[in-house]
Design a protein around this ligand. Structure first.
Ligand SMILES: Nc1ncnc2c1ncn2[C@@H]1O[C@H](COP(=O)(O)OP(=O)(O)O)[C@@H](O)[C@H]1O
Ligand SMILES: [Mg+2]
Length: 178
């Protein structure tokens, strides 16, 4: 069985003006299908940078990323966006909920990029919000929710498409243990 995530000799630098900020240097790792992997490291060590690369949100400066059988560093922008919508669920560190949309509408958003009917979308959104314990908060706006509830909406949005890979950036910071 081959790894579902293969990161091979990946480097990533950011550039500010002409100054290079090296973040990842020749990093390799594999994640097997069904594996649950946690990354730990101090603030600024490159965790978010690596997750963005694995999820196809950003591109490496060097090296190869094969995720769910696709070499994503080689895809065009539009192919990458399509690939993301069918493969990746992402829980952002700062939630990134849309303030003018309700919890229901925020969770429905990734489904609008798929071919699901309105009825199928409704079923999935209600299931995802119920799983995270927010079945009774669907019509609330983000500012009407607590930090932990907002974070759970972000988790519901990440699982609603039933993605192949769930990438979560500090997803439990505002949650209680259960
Ligand atoms: N868009 C960017 N432009 C320039 N530097 C960045 C950018 N994003 C992150 N960095 C730098 O990359 C390093 C790693 O950041 P990050 O991946 O967010 O770390 P972590 O998630 O582990 O706290 C930090 O030094 C940060 O300042
Ligand atoms: Mg981070």
């Amino acid at each position: 069985m081959s790894a579902i995530i293969q990161v091979k000799s990946v480097s990533k630098s950011y550039w500010r003006n002409s100054l290079e900020i090296p973040v990842l240097n020749n990093l390799s790792l594999e994640v097997q299908e069904g594996e649950f992997l946690g990354l730990m490291g101090p603030s600024g060590s490159g965790k978010t940078t690596l997750l963005n690369l694995i999820a196809g949100i950003d591109r490496p400066s060097d090296g190869e990323l094969t995720v769910a059988g696709t070499n994503i560093a080689k895809l065009s922008e539009s192919a990458l966006a399509k690939w993301r919508s069918s493969h990746i669920g992402f829980v952002f560190q700062f939630y990134n909920l849309i303030p003018v949309l309700t919890a229901y509408e925020n969770v429905e958003l990734p489904l609008l990029l798929t071919n699901f009917s309105k009825a199928e979308r409704k079923q999935r959104v209600e299931t995802a919000l119920t799983i995270v314990g927010l079945g009774d908060r669907m019509s609330h706006y983000p500012k009407q929710l607590s930090g932990g509830q907002e974070q759970r909406v972000a988790i519901a949005r990440a699982i609603v498409t039933d993605p192949v890979i769930l990438v979560a950036d500090e997803p439990t910071g505002d949650l209680d243990k259960k």
